[in-house]
Design a protein around this ligand. Structure first.
Ligand SMILES: [Zn+2]
Length: 416
C-alpha cells in the first residue's frame, strides 16, 4: 500500500546545529528538493518557529478569504470538521498564539453566522454539531469580554438535547458532546457544565460499552453504523480519550484500562492498529481517524493519567508506524500528515525527548517545503474541503501555529 504514503527518507534524527546554518538566521527560503528540506530540518528551533509562524499566519489569511470573504460570509457547512466553524477555531488558535484581537473579533463574527446556520441542527458534538458552535461562541465571548454573547451561547448550549439513539463516538456521539462540556469547563471554570449534566452521559456510555464488551477480553465495545470501530473518530480510541478526562468510578477506570490493554495486545505485527473489530485482517490505514496515530494519542494520555509504562511503551511503538508509514499523501488533520505530526508532539510533551520533537518538526517541515507543490501537481490530496480544518489546509495552518510553542501543542478539538 505504498501509494497511500510517501516513503519517509528523512533521517530518524538530526540534532540541531545552530553554528552550521548561518544562512537561516533570518529568512530560510524553502524550495523544492531534498536539500531545502534538509536545511529546514537542521534549522535552529527559534529561527524555524518564526518561519513556521509566518507561514501559518499567511495560510490563515488565505483560509479566511476563501471560506468567509469569497463566500460573501454565507455558511453552507457550519461544522468545525469541514465547514466554517473550522475557520473560527483556527482564528481562535491564532489569537491564542499572537494575542491579535482582530482574530478574536473575526472568530466571534464567524461563530455568529454558524450559530444562525446551525439552529435547526440535531447534531450535538463539538466537531460536527451544535455543541461546537455554542461552546466556541461562549469561550470567544469570554475572552472578548462580551457578557451578553457569553450568556447567550451558554444558554443555547444548555438547550442542546441528546437524542436517545445517539451513538457514543466522537464525531456525532456522546463523547463528542462531552468534549464540548470539557472545553467550556477548561476555559470558563470547572463547574460551568456541572457533573449533574455530564455524569448521566458518562454512565450511559459505560453502560452501552459494557453491554457490547466482553468482561474478560475487552470490557468496553461500541458500535457505529453496525461496525465496532477502534480509531479516534468513530471508535474506542476517541471514546477512551474523552472518558479519561471525566471523573470515573474505580471500576470504570479498570474497564478503560482493560479496553486499552485489549487493543494493545491485538495490534498488527507491523505495529499498526485495525480500524475496527471487523477489519482485523487489513493493515492499511495510518490515520488519526483510523489506525495507529489516533490510538497512539490515547495511549500517551493513558500513560500520563495512569503513570503507566505499559501505555507509554505501546504509544512509542505505535509512533514508529506513524514515522514510517504516516507521511500520507494527504494534508489534513483527520487523515493526513498534519494530524499524524501530533503523535510526536504528544510524546515530546510527555517524555521531553527531543527526538520526538524532531519527528514532529520533520513532518511539519515536509509540509512547509513541499505541500503546495505536491498538491498543485496532484501528488498530494488537498482535502475534499480544501480549506477546512480537518480535511484541508486549515489543519496544516493549525499545526504550524502549534509548532511555534510545541510544548503547548494540542490536537485541535481533541486534546484539551
Ligand atoms: Zn479521517
Amino acid at each position: 500500500m505504498a501509494d497511500r504514503f510517501f516513503p519517509n527518507v528523512m533521517p530518524d534524527f538530526i540534532a540541531e546545529t545552530p553554528a552550521s546554518s548561518p544562512s537561516y538566521e533570518s529568512e530560510p527560503e524553502a524550495g523544492p528538493g531534498t536539500d531545502s528540506l534538509m536545511r529546514l530540518l537542521s534549522t535552529p528551533y527559534p529561527v524555524l518557529s518564526q518561519h513556521v509562524k509566518r507561514a501559518a499566519l499567511d495560510l490563515k489569511e488565505t483560509i479566511v478569504i476563501e471560506t468567509w470573504g469569497v463566500t460573501g460570509q454565507r455558511v453552507h457547512d457550519f461544522t468545525l470538521y469541514a465547514g466554517t466553524l473550522g475557520t473560527a477555531f483556527l482564528l481562535f488558535k491564532a489569537y491564542q498564539v499572537t494575542n491579535n484581537t482582530n482574530d478574536l473579533t473575526l472568530c466571534s463574527q464567524i461563530v455568529k453566522a454558524c450559530d444562525s446556520a446551525s439552529l435547526g441542527s440535531r447534531d450535538v458534538t463539538f466537531i460536527c454539531g451544535r455543541g461546537g458552535v455554542c461552546a466556541l461562541g461562549a469561550v470567544a465571548a469570554k475572552y472578548a469580554g462580551d457578557e451578553r454573547a457569553l450568556s447567550y451561547y451558554l444558554a443555547q448550549f444548555k438547550e442542546i438535547k441528546l437524542p436517545k439513539n445517539l451513538p457514543d463516538e466522537l464525531l456525532y456521539g456522546r463523547v463528542g458532546y462531552l468534549w464540548a462540556c470539557l472545553f467550556l469547563n477548561k476555559h470558563l471554570g470547572e463547574e460551568m457544565i456541572p457533573s449533574s449534566i455530564t455524569r448521566p452521559v458518562v454512565s450511559e456510555i459505560i453502560k452501552n460499552g459494557r453491554a457490547l464488551g466482553k468482561k474478560e477480553k475487552c470490557p468496553l465495545m461500541f458500535e457505529w453504523y453496525g461496525e465496532r470501530y477502534w480509531g479516534a473518530a468513530h471508535g474506542l480510541a476517541g471514546i477512551m480519550h474523552v472518558l479519561m478526562d471525566m471523573e470515573l468510578k474505580p471500576d470504570e477506570v479498570e474497564d478503560v484500562k482493560g479496553t486499552l490493554r485489549y487493543m494493545i495486545s491485538n495490534h498488527f505485527p507491523s505495529g499498526n492498529y485495525p480500524a475496527s473489530e471487523e477489519d482485523k485482517g487489513r493493515d492499511v490505514l495510518v490515520h488519526w481517524c483510523h489506525g495507529a496515530p489516533g490510538i497512539a494519542l490515547t495511549l500517551v494520555k493513558a500513560a500520563k493519567i495512569f503513570s503507566a509504562q505499559e501505555f507509554l511503551k505501546a504509544a512509542i511503538d505505535a509512533s514508529e508506524v506513524v514515522w514510517n508509514r504516516g507521511l500520507l499523501k494527504r494534508v489534513g488533520i483527520c487523515h493526513g500528515i498534519s494530524g499524524n505530526a501530533y503523535v510526536f508532539l504528544s510524546l515530546y510533551q510527555l517524555t521531553g525527548n527531543v527526538e520526538f520533537l524532531y519527528r514532529a518538526k520533520a513532518f511539519s517541515c515536509f509540509l512547509l517545503d513541499r505541500a503546495h507543490k505536491l498538491m498543485s501537481q496532484g501528488e498530494m490530496h488537498g482535502g475534499d474541503s480544501h480549506y477546512s480544518l480537518f480535511e484541508g489546509i486549515g489543519g496544516m495552518a493549525y499545526l504550524f501555529l502549534d509548532m511555534v510553542e510545541p510544548f503547548e501543542a494540542k490536537f485541535p478539538a481533541y486534546d484539551l
